[in-house]
Design a binder for this molecule. Sequence first.
Ligand code: ZN
Length: 425
Amino acid sequence: MPSTADDWARDLCRYVDASPSPFHAVDESVRRLEAAGFTAISPDDDRSTPGRWYLRSGGALVAWVDADRSADAPLRVIGAHTDSPNLRVKPLPDHGALGLRQVGVEVYGGALLNSWLDRDLGISGRLVVRNDDGRLEHLVRDDRPIARIPQLAIHLDREVSDKGLLLNPQTHLSPIVGAGLAEPGAFTTSLAAMADVDPADVLAFDAMFHDVVPACLSGPDDEFVSAARLDDLLSCHAGTEALIAVGGHDSIRDVGPAVPVLALFDHEEVGSVSATGAAGPLLHRTLRRFVNLDGRRVRGSLALSVDGTHGTHPNYTERHDGEHRVLLNGGPVLKFNAKQRYATDAPGAAELRQIAEKASVPLQSFVSRSDMPCGTTIGPATAASTGLLTVDLGVAQLAMHSAREFCGSQDPAMLGRLLEAALAG
Ligand code: ZN
């Protein structure tokens, strides 16, 4: 575990750079968990023996430490999501004109579309390839600046500064991916080359674009983190490191009194309803099969839904509630919403405040303006499927859903300390 808050933030940058797609985020968490002694288990395996386990499914992951605790030991679950808004490649993407090759994309999630313009883009994702045993999955990525969506020049769009930028997702967002004639199958051929396989063997792909500029600390005193996908890789990173801190000891007996669980879900940005999303059965089924969910003590059990939170924007303070200012580097933020778009209630908030006090971590509180709709996260779905007391919280950030987001550099480590204390029980 990194020793200072700056080191923690630099490690977060490494995690983000390793994770251009949800599949890569799971891969990076698995790499870290395996180095700490965790072992893969398949959903069809029998009940696990005591040990450190992880179950991987596409862009989702559930990991836990089974120290053979009695049913009296409560569950402590950390949930976060691996996906971020971006541009995803269509199944038959190749087109072009004027000697330029382009690929067709769909917008994934609530992306700030303007932030994808005039950026050097790389590509990543997974391929499913035919082989002798049936099929094999390959993760692929190319971090070279191989694609670009140039903005229309202001001389050809005179009203853009007064009336705002209007982007049609079908006609204005196709990245330019090269020069020459657009041949059918050209994009699949380029993916096949990344995996070093025959293009004819590629059965299907999930591919998406990413900003190739590495994440970094920014500000004259490294006060900030500037990175893609902070929502919600910041929480995936903190959750992974917290589970390793609690469960990665030499002796498995040294974990705290609770049963610690990490759940990283896909598809939060498009509503969580999928086999690997928080509204799907993955967590509930895994907890029932391997962690004795139904037999566990309810009192003391707790689920934390950890996701990015809006910091108060200095240029738009009127968009925020006046009594709930949320500061960068002010500590993790409890999220409240009367309509249960966030799952936090008074008992959950109270429990987390006591955990934070013990861990000497300051907490802030977020609530939306009453005349503005509120986003949601995986908390309500997790609460509904597991029945556990659930709290929504996260680190404050600006520019949420931009291709490049912004947060304080001291908050991620504070979140890590808080999650570690919560998992220990
Ligand atoms: Zn999020």
